[in-house]
Ligand binder design. Structure first.
Ligand code: C2E
Ligand code: MG
Ligand code: MG
Ligand code: MG
Length: 279
């Protein structure tokens, strides 16, 4: 009996694993093809100055419109891109697109927006990544201080020495650096002193519970940023009372569904034009 039960368990377990493996292989093949065909698109989520309400920048967020499954969320395909190394090519492409789009908005008369691009640990490991950044700037003609790279604490901790060297090099070129999802990683506060960064990004989880629960950590992050002479932006602002709280607490910038969803490049331009016109 016991033997039988064991066999049954195994029988129902193996095909499941195979299925997961197959799905993963399919996703990988499809992603590879989508990258080759430039089927992925960067969307851009606007970022606003809390005091003036002006739109000051955007964050590039990759979107994969899949022919059968609709938009595949980045949470699904970014890890695959990271594991397979496809993120190196994909990341290089997003970087270039983001810089090109920012210059296109300039030319169309938008106010100078900062464009933030997310960086994976895997990209940072590549020796060529600094060159990729400089090439994207050079080819687009975007002023370096209009490009911001978003790094996470875990990425910085993975290879501290390499990351710090990269940060100094990219800062020397004039590019801005922001720590994404701040407060959720495992970096020590002591490292903040030695990181040549410009901004902290308060993680969505702390913003979501404002003003009731998240305020202790949000207050601390804003104070930390102040103390180190960094700017601070809150992500995931969904409700007016959260924005009110952040404004009163002295947070510099805000980003979230309340203020604007990630959108195609053309809509960013329309948004800046619409905002620039008198009501
Ligand atoms: P992230 O960099 O922390 O980006 C913020 C995520 O929060 C985005 O999810 C955005 O759409 C979402 N978001 C913004 N405002 C709100 C809000 O008010 N409420 C809620 N609930 N969510 C909000 P998205 O676009 O699904 O991206 C998820 C993650 O995928 C990103 O987190 C980033 O880590 C990664 N990712 C996206 N694009 C890229 C990329 O080009 N390169 C790399 N390396 N990673 C990327
Ligand atoms: Mg980000
Ligand atoms: Mg984030
Ligand atoms: Mg996040």
């Amino acid at each position: 009996r016991a033997k039988n039960a064991g066999r049954n368990r195994l029988a129902s377990f193996v095909p499941e694993m195979t299925l997961a493996t197959q799905r993963r292989a399919l996703l990988e093949a499809e992603l590879r093809r989508a990258i080759e065909q430039h089927a992925l698109v960067p969307y851009y989520q606007p970022q606003f100055d809390c005091r003036t309400g002006a739109m000051v920048g955007v964050e590039a967020l990759l979107r994969w419109p899949h022919p059968q499954r609709g938009f595949v969320p980045p949470m699904e395909f970014i890890p695959v891109a990271e594991d397979t190394g496809l993120i190196v090519e994909l990341g290089r492409w997003v970087l270039q697109r983001a810089c090109d789009d920012a210059v296109a908005w300039d030319r169309a008369g938008a106010p100078p927006l900062t464009v933030a691009v997310n960086v994976s640990a895997r990209q940072l490991k590549e020796k060529c990544f600094l060159d990729d950044v400089l090439t994207a700037l050079h080819r687009s003609g975007l002023p370096p201080d209009r490009l911001e790279l978003e790094l996470t604490e875990s990425l910085l901790m993975e290879d501290m020495e390499g990351a710090v060297a990269f940060m100094h090099a990219v800062r020397a070129a004039g590019v801005r650096l922001s720590i994404d999802d701040f407060g959720t990683g495992y970096s020590s506060l002591a490292y903040l002193q030695s990181f040549p960064i410009n901004q902290l990004k308060v993680d969505r989880t702390f913003v979501q519970s404002l003003p009731v629960a998240g305020h202790t950590i949000a207050t601390a992050v804003i104070a930390l940023a102040r103390g180190f002479g960094l700017s601070v932006i809150a992500e995931g602002v969904e409700r007016p009372e959260q924005l009110e709280w952040l404004r009163a607490a002295g947070c510099d910038y805000a980003q979230g569904f309340l203020l604007g969803r990630p959108m195609p490049a053309a809509d960013v331009l329309a948004l800046t034009v619409a905002r620039g016109e008198p009501a």
